[in-house]
Design a protein around this ligand. Structure first.
Ligand code: SF4
Length: 323
């Protein structure tokens, strides 16, 4: 039986901007089990990174969490004080790697010291032990000449090497959940594959759980066991990777898959229209202006998530027998 690690319940987040209220998350639900490699996929602006920020309780002004719960190991993170989150959760139980590692690393501290500092700040360890463990961590993320890299500064690293340093730092506290937000987007294709393979190996080695956020369904197909597809602030489909890739149910997921180049596909199909402005999102199913199957109910009410096969959930009236 799988153990539930994280549950996001009915999460609603708005951003109060000069242009109006951006309805960024529209009641998102998500469950991630311990030891899973879970992928969250969707176009830019669909709410993936906002969801990740909320999991770390990092949604900043003008953003506001309007309602919902984020239950991590049985405790609602949103009810914890800033101090409790800083002390017990962020950087310890949940860590995050970003798209641009060189920008995320401190430019004036050498790579080794940055990892040692993370160790000393979060676990009971002496300076000497932290320095030794830093070299071990750099070896574990396949960095050649780890002692040399430890003495260097972030600007001396390639993008792929900087991402490995970042991964070493974020794994240093053996977190229960590692959030990887577009970790390979800024890297060359061959380096992307190396970083994804490294993350896959580390899930097993560290018995950690990974939430991979990406706009690229082919990245998810390389790595994840389960996938959530988001569109315009809604979770529209969740299922095991093989269900999502081989038997997608939601018209948006089908559109995403038809847009991926493959040997079988001679012509790529685009999804008609464009992502809506979330200051004034479409009523009902937010995908309805772009959906060739839209019917009148789709414009009136948001469809519920329904289980269409075991562990495969879809939010679409095509599968709601009552409509
Ligand atoms: Fe299309 Fe309606 Fe399904 Fe939305 S609910 S994806 S508009 S058929």
């Amino acid at each position: 039986m799988q153990e539930l690690l994280l549950e996001v319940k009915d999460l609603e987040i708005n951003f109060y901007t000069y242009r109006g209220v951006v309805r960024a998350l529209n009641g998102v639900n998500l469950r991630i089990n311990k030891g899973e490699f879970f992928g969250l996929v969707g176009e830019t602006g669909c709410g993936k990174s906002v969801t990740a920020s909320a999991i770390l309780n990092l949604v900043q002004n003008p953003g506001r969490i309007e309602k919902g719960e984020i239950i991590f190991k049985g405790i609602d993170i949103l009810k914890m004080s800033k101090e409790e989150i800083r002390k017990d959760i962020r950087g310890k139980e949940i860590t995050m790697i970003m798209q641009y590692p060189i920008a995320a690393l401190n430019p004036v501290i050498n790579n080794g010291e940055q990892i040692s500092e993370a160790l000393i700040a979060n676990i009971d360890i002496t300076k000497n032990e932290a320095e030794k463990r830093t070299i071990e961590l750099l070896k574990e993320v396949n960095i050649p000449e780890p002692e040399k890299i430890a003495r260097q500064y972030p600007h001396q690293l390639s993008g792929g090497m900087a991402q490995r340093v970042m991964i070493a730092m974020m794994l240093s506290t053996k977190p229960s959940l590692l959030i990887a937000d577009e970790p390979t987007t800024a890297l060359d294709v061959s380096i992307q594959a190396q970083v994804l393979n490294l993350l896959k190996d580390l899930v097993v080695k560290y018995n950690t759980t990974i939430l991979l956020i990406t706009h690229d369904l082919s990245v998810v197909a390389e790595t994840c066991e389960r996938v959530g597809v988001m569109y315009a602030g809604d979770m529209v489909e969740i299922g095991e990777l093989k269900h999502i890739i081989d038997n997608p149910k939601h018209p948006y997921t089908r559109g995403l898959i038809n847009a991926i180049p493959s040997e079988k596909r001679t012509k790529l199909q685009e999804i008609k229209g464009s992502v809506p402005d979330l200051v004034n999102p479409p009523s009902g199913c937010r995908f309805h202006p772009r959906c060739t199957f839209a019917k009148s109910v789709c414009k009136q009410k948001k469809p519920q998530m329904l289980e269409v096969e075991k562990n495969h959930l879809v939010s679409c009236y095509l599968y709601d027998g009552q409509k």
